[in-house]
Design a protein around this ligand. Structure first.
Ligand code: 1HE
Length: 288
């Protein structure tokens, strides 16, 4: 049974999590982490953007803090919940750091975001983002790196890059069209159109839409389900599925067969299937 008891990080840490305690002490104030126990040897890590006074705008310090977290996840962490402090998820790139950046520095900065965001999307564990208030520009690009997105009804989505005279630089032009299509993204960038939470849910930005203030609980509930999966299945969904979906069909089918064989060969899969056949595992639920 998955236990989801919020606990301060120091209470939840055990010796296997010591590297995380060390990491926490090295993070900037704009990135906070809390470990929540799921079982005795597994945890969910809640990562919080903590620059509410700047609407969680992503300055270099914050983005590098995120990089440090995702590079140093201990193996006992099975899922990450990514949220923003205050009323907003993120107002995007910190524009105060952009004004003096020349073209060469701009490329380096964008490539840095690419590396860090890639490490979130293709990292060790599924990430569940909690979206509320502003999910703008680079904030929306960051949200797109997550594997699941829970939106509160306050969430709104915009790409004001057009008005600012810039372009997306955090992988948004690769990831967002895969969620909503090139045509909708072009509209957002050309006209500055803002979509509310309901529209974002309808067009596929969020997977779940919940009332204000309920996003974290919903994300933790989903994280509990993710943690209950066989790690090999989570790995396959994160790393194989998106590559297969981008492959030509012949390569995709082959990769799928290889991944399926690897997953079913794992002892964990054999145990779960034996449990089902012995009527010890839950059945699939009919939708309510
Ligand atoms: C910021 C930023 C920011 C807020 N960079 N400082 N993103 C944008 O173009 C969005 C710009 N922000 C806004 O439109 C608004 O701030 C919000 C709609 C998000 C929120 O409005 P509000 O009235 O709640 O807050 P505020 O008073 O506008 O902002 C509070 C403070 O946060 C204020 O600073 P203060 O020192 O005057 O208190 C704002 O300046 C600051 N702030 N957003 C810097 N983004 C890899 S490429 C990605 C490209 C992009 O992301 S482009 C989109 C940039």
């Amino acid at each position: 049974m998955v236990r989801l008891t919020p606990a301060p990080m120091q209470d939840a840490l055990d010796s296997t999590s010591a590297p995380l305690a060390d990491l926490a002490s090295r993070l900037p104030p704009s990135v906070k982490i809390v470990l929540l126990p799921v079982q005795s040897d597994t945890q969910i890590l809640v990562v919080t953007l903590a620059r509410a006074h700047k609407r969680n705008a992503l300055d270099d310090t914050t983005v590098l803090g995120l990089a440090a977290v995702f590079e140093a996840l201990p193996s006992t962490v099975r899922a990450v919940v990514l949220e923003g402090e205050g009323e907003h998820f993120s107002a995007g790139l910190d524009l105060s750091e952009l004004s003096e950046r020349d073209t060469v520095a701009g490329i380096a900065h964008s490539r840095l975001w690419h590396r860090i965001f890639e490490n979130i999307q293709f990292g060790q564990v599924p990430v569940i983002a909690v979206l509320k208030g502003a999910v703008i520009g680079g904030g929306l690009e960051l949200a797109c790196t997550a594997h699941l997105r829970v939106a509160e009804t306050s969430a709104y989505y915009a790409l004001p890059e057009g008005q600012r005279g810039i372009f997306v630089g955090g992988g948004g032009s690769v990831r967002l069209p895969r969620l909503i299509g090139v045509s909708r993204m072009a509209d957002m960038m050309l006209t500055g159109r803002t979509h509310d939470a309901e529209a974002g849910q309808a067009m596929g930005i969020s997977h779940y839409l919940v009332d204000a203030g309920k996003g974290r609980d919903k994300a933790l509930q989903l994280a509990g389900k993710v943690c209950a999966n066989a790690p090999m299945t989570n790995f396959a969904v994160m790393h194989a599925l998106p590559r297969i979906a981008e492959s030509d069909p012949a390569a995709g089918y082959l990769t799928e067969s290889l991944m399926a064989a690897i997953a079913q060969g794992d002892e964990e899969a054999k145990r779960r299937i034996r449990d089902f056949l012995a009527k010890r595992a839950p059945k699939v639920k009919v939708p309510e």
